[in-house]
Write a protein that binds this ligand. Structure first.
Ligand code: HEC
Length: 121
């Protein structure tokens, strides 16, 4: 009976590993729920639910968006000014109207949390 036990153990480990690898399996803390809702309604159409990216916009879980490469100031500037395509082939990001600095502070806190869950910094 040694072999089936080993197979069962291996399966358990595989399942645990898969759950840990999915950052969105962890629910955002309540303090970030406003940022999450704003991100989902204003940014996720291009940057994806959980900031995982879409065919029309880059993932923020990519290492280039960690705070040393793209500081919070870049995250305030992008929706206010728009972004000329330079890192990717998705095209330009348009200005996103009616997103206040206060909204952005909440959105950025949520994005930084997602990035930490994904282990990029
Ligand atoms: C209509 C699609 C779209 C929406 C909506 C959108 N973005 Fe973007 N965003 C893009 C694309 C495309 C790029 C990549 C540009 C490039 O090639 O570097 C980008 C890049 C960025 C960058 C990187 C800027 C830099 O300096 O390199 C930031 C930060 C950003 N977006 C923040 C946001 C935030 C915050 C929101 C929501 C308030 C948002 N985006 C909504 C399409 C979008």
């Amino acid at each position: 009976m040694l072999l089936p036990a080993a197979v069962t153990l291996a399966l358990c480990l595989a399942v645990t590993h898969a759950a840990a690898a999915d950052a969105t399996a962890v629910k955002a803390p309540p303090a970030l729920s406003k940022g999450e809702a704003l991100f989902n309604s204003r940014c996720a159409a291009c940057h994806g639910i959980g900031a995982k990216g879409t065919p029309v916009g880059p993932p923020f879980l990519d290492k280039i968006y960690e705070p040393n490469h793209h500081a919070d100031s870049a995250f305030y500037r992008a929706p206010e000014m728009g972004v000329r395509a330079h890192h990717w082939k998705f095209g330009d990001m348009p200005k996103i109207p009616d997103v206040t600095r206060d909204d952005l502070a909440q959105i950025i806190a949520y994005i930084r949390w997602l990035q930490k869950q994904a282990g990029i910094f």
